[in-house]
Design a binder for this molecule. Sequence first.
Ligand SMILES: Cc1cc2nc3c(=O)[nH]c(=O)nc-3n(C[C@H](O)[C@H](O)[C@H](O)COP(=O)(O)OP(=O)(O)OC[C@H]3O[C@@H](n4cnc5c(N)ncnc54)[C@H](O)[C@@H]3O)c2cc1C
Length: 496
Amino acid sequence: MSTLTSVLAADPFSIAKATTNIDALVVGSGTAGVTTAIELAQNGHSVVILEAGPFVLPSHVGSTPFRSRGDITPQIHNLVRYRTAWSDREHYQDGVASPLNNDAWSAVGGRTLFWGGCTPRFSEWDFADWPFSYDDFEPYYQTAERLMHVSGRSAKRPPFFRGEAQDTLLRRCEKAGIGAEHAYLGIDTQEPRNGYVPRGFDCAIDRLLRSGLLAREVTRGRIVVVPDTIAERVDHNGREVTGLIAKETHADRRFRIVARQYVLAGGAIQSTRLALASGLKDLHPHVGTHIADHLFIQGLFKLKEPLNEPIYAFIPPTESRPFHMQIQGPFNETWYSPYHATVWLDCDPQGLYLLAYCFGVGDAAEHNEVMLTDGQSDGPDSLGKYVVLNDRTANDLRILDEMQAFLPDVADAIEGDLVRSQINPPGAALHEIGGLRMSEEPGVGVTDTFGRFWTLPNLSVADSAVWPSQGSANSYLTITAWSLRHAEGVLARLAD
Ligand SMILES: Cc1cc2nc3c(=O)[nH]c(=O)nc-3n(C[C@H](O)[C@H](O)[C@H](O)COP(=O)(O)OP(=O)(O)OC[C@H]3O[C@@H](n4cnc5c(N)ncnc54)[C@H](O)[C@@H]3O)c2cc1C
């Protein structure tokens, strides 16, 4: 039976046989991969994106009618969700599979099909250990916000929630000396006008479909998506990558694909896993190291009186408080689940409960690493066989204590009580970084300041694997902005 996939996508066999040269081969179809691909194709280059997962949705789940269906949405997640193992060293045993304790998603569009919508920028001080400054990076933020239709940043796209209840909540926080602001959201609030209707949540595949650049054959200035195909390994001769071995996710057929430039965009953990599986640790000892994820505490506030209208507030970090808080609701009693991260679209104004997510900066310690093991995840085929080793540092534990102490202060400020809270384990924030760290000096880190491997100039990284640290902001906006900067580097090399 033919499905829409046969109209929108290609198979690896036809790509491996293509007679037109592939300028860039991109691994992963989330925002990192798609943003890069669009930049390259718009400049006339032929691009192929390999995606391990299937083509299940053409837009974000929150932009579909499934959004409010608590019975259907988790089932869609389950079509493309797999489990990963994060462990501390104390509980890790060589040769014994570690428990599968975190979720990951594999689909055309990646996690951008399901993300929760919050799009703050990093703060200036978050760039202190990056090889460039906030000011250098700011133009990429501006472009990313335009591409993602971020609301709340400009008058053209006002905050999504801007009613009396939101103002009341912000005023209460202000009175208690806790600066709070409208949440920046990757959801389009621009007024409809002739020929333009706001399109809901930003989503990588939605952006690609609308770009008009999608093709089913390798063509200059076009992008081909190849779903259900895993990049297993890149081959190199010590000076450059010479080809990529891809395997059909559900069959045992392998293909060698050759391109001028190769881009890793599988998300920090998966890009790092592919680098390790390709033996690149032999080229630099930091391949795999310096992994971090946000320190993540979730909480539930019970208000004394309902707010009567939906709110979404953001308490930004400060230099001395390296964490932020998102507050959403009101709801009937509920609890955060990643299967319904857009729950704030369906909040109940009569409800008394607000959800709070607090994200703090985790240490990107050298000893936190992705390791290949004999253990299995339940991911599509060979996406398994690795573990993320993550020990919380003394600094992490101190910040978690501060975050926990902050929750009741906020509850007081908004005239409510903290009725429940939970410290989530490493990996649960879904904001992971590191593994292929960048540096300004050749060879100090794995990649340069445009994400290119110092030792393999035709291989680069479009996702957060290169970040030296994570900032307190959620990662999607900064990944999109980073992939724009990364694409500039690829464009310069393709022009050589
Ligand atoms: C429920 C949920 C809520 C979230 N909420 C927010 C939020 O509010 N704000 C925010 O900023 N962020 C949020 N995030 C995180 C955000 O979605 C991610 O940081 C971002 O989408 C990552 O983009 P990416 O392109 O780096 O990776 P991904 O979106 O993970 O895409 C990578 C893709 O590459 C594919 N891939 C990996 N390895 C291979 C391989 N070897 N071969 C072929 N394909 C491969 C994967 O299958 C995957 O589809 C949320 C995430 C989830 C799941």
